[in-house]
Structure formats: C-alpha cells, structure tokens
Design a protein around this ligand. Sequence first.
Ligand SMILES: [Cu+2]
Length: 157
Amino acid sequence: MNPISRTFSILLAVVLAAGAQAQTVDVKNAWVRATVQGQKATGAFMQITAPAATTLVSVSTPVAGVAEVHEMKMDGDVMRMRPLTKGLELPAGKAVQLQPGGYHLMLMDLKLPLQKDTTIPITLTLQNSKGVQSTQDLRVPVLTAPPAGQGEHQHSH
Ligand SMILES: [Cu+2]
C-alpha cells in the first residue's frame, strides 16, 4: 500500500469511527414483553439517552413484520396509541423513558411467540441534527414483567 492510500485509509477509519460514536445512544433496562401462542403484537421498552440531540426515526426487528415507535395519549377519556410518524425526539443528555403507558416500540405481525428469557435483536435507526442517519443494534431480553426498578408501578405516583 503506498503512503497516500495508507493515509487515506487511516483517515477514513477515523471518520467512520467518529461518525459511529456520535450516533450511539445509551440504552438501559431494555426489555420486550413475552407473548403467548397466537398473539400478534407486543411492546418493547427501554431508557434511551442520546449524547447529542438525536431523533429515533424508526425501528426494526426480524421477529416482527411491522415495528413502529408509538406514543400513548388520552383521546377524550380513552387512552389510545399512535405511531410517531416524525420519530421520537431524544434531547441531548436527557433520559427518555419508553415504558408501559407511555412511549414504546410496537412490534406487530409477530412471526413467532416471544418466549421469556430469550433475547431478540432490535435495530434503532437514529438521525442526528444534521439529518445523517445511522443504525444501532440491540439485543433485548424477553420478560413477562419490567426489570426490577422499572415499569408499571411508577405510573401510580
Ligand atoms: Cu403501541
């Protein structure tokens, strides 16, 4: 390899590494709710913190035909969920909770039952403030209830 192409390769590697790092979000307490035979949809939950302003534009997983970012909202006196068509804003340094009753990832058209104590892959598609998109792969445990310290009981206070 000649010195010029070698320098270029190193530069490219640095740029790629910097790009990947800028896009990475911190994900904690991720889990997806286990399903029973015949159930076609479930929710996935996690806490996401982005180091710089980021938008979660979409999600995908091989176990579901359709995966969407949803929010729950009161519609009159009925709680409804709807897809966030413009994605979920992740402000810099602020932990955003995806949890039962709030924002969540909706996995629909499930191809198989999700069994407790297995894990599934979920890919997040993220967009930075310059409009550049990147993906981040997660392994998410399948549970029947939120992990300790997380979840439904937090809604009652
Ligand atoms: Cu939903």
